[in-house]
Design a protein around this ligand. Structure first.
Ligand code: PRP
Length: 208
C-alpha cells in the first residue's frame, strides 16, 4: 500500500483528477466526508488529507510515502525529501506586492513585510534594509498593506485577482514557475520502489 499526503484546498481536485488519470482508484476522494484518512477501494492507496503547508512534514517523516505540494511550500519548508516530478498544475509566482504609488517603499529603512512564507522572506530580504520586520500571517495576506499592518507582502500570485481587488500590484517577482510537485520519502522510494516507480512512470506519461 502507498500512503499519500494530499493537499486540501485549491490543489485537491486537480490532484485527484491527475491520480485518476494514472489509474488510481480515487472515487473515495469525491465523498463528502470529514474523514482525514481514506482508502482506495482496491486498498492500494491510503490518502491523508492535510493542510498544504503540512504535506512536507508528513512525507519527510515517512508517515506518508508520497505527497503533492506546491513548490512555494517546499521552498519555505526546506524539508529532507525527494522532489520527483513537476506536476504542472496550480502555476503561480511568488511576488512582493504593495501599493503602485508607493513602489519606493522597498527602499524603506524599516520595511514591514507580511507573509505566510517567513523563512523565505528572511532569505529574500536578507541584506536589503537595515531593519526588516517580518509579520507572520496565515491567510488574507493582502489585508496587511490595506489596513496599514505592513508596507508590502510576500505572497503567491496566481490570477492576480486578489491583488487587483484590493488595489495592490506586483512590485517584484521573486520566483516564477511555482507549480505543484510530487514529493517522496527517501526511505519509501527504496523500500516501496516496486509500487512507487510504476506510478511515477504513469504520471510522466499522463503529463506528457
Ligand atoms: C492565495 C494567496 C493569495 C491568492 C492569490 O490565498 O495567498 O491571497 O491566493 O491568488 P490570485 O492571484 O488568483 O488571486 P488563498 O486563496 O490560498 O487563501 P488564504 O488567503 O487563506 O491564504
Amino acid at each position: 500500500m502507498i500512503t499519500f499526503a494530499l493537499p486540501k484546498g485549491r490543489l485537491a481536485e486537480k490532484s485527484a483528477e491527475l491520480l485518476a488519470a494514472c489509474g488510481v482508484d480515487t472515487a473515495v476522494l469525491a465523498e463528502d466526508t470529514r474523514k482525514l484518512v481514506l482508502e482506495s477501494g482496491d486498498k492500494a492507496y491510503r490518502f491523508f488529507l492535510v493542510k498544504p503547508a503540512d504535506v512536507p512534514v508528513y512525507v519527510e517523516s515517512g508517515v506518508a510515502d508520497l505527497g503533492i505540494v506546491g513548490k512555494d511550500t517546499l521552498i519555505e519548508e526546506g524539508r529532507d525529501l525527494y522532489e520527483m516530478l513537476d506536476l504542472k498544475m496550480g502555476e503561480c509566482r511568488l511576488c512582493i506586492a504593495g501599493y503602485p504609488e508607493r513602489k519606493d517603499v522597498l527602499t524603506n529603512a524599516h520595511l514591514r513585510v507580511a507573509t505566510k512564507y517567513v523563512n523565505t522572506a528572511k532569505k529574500v530580504f536578507a541584506g536589503r534594509g537595515e531593519e526588516i520586520e517580518i509579520i507572520p500571517l496565515h491567510g488574507s495576506i493582502e489585508l496587511a498593506p490595506v489596513t496599514g499592518l505592513a508596507d508590502v507582502i510576500l505572497d503567491v500570485v496566481q490570477t492576480g485577482s486578489t491583488l487587483k481587488a484590493n488595489g495592490l500590484v506586483v512590485l517584484e517577482e521573486i520566483f516564477t514557475g511555482i507549480t505543484a510537485r510530487l514529493v517522496a520519502n527517501k526511505v519509501s522510494l527504496k523500500t516501496k520502489a516496486a509500487d512507487i516507480l510504476p506510478l511515477i512512470g504513469k504520471l510522466k506519461e499522463v503529463l506528457g
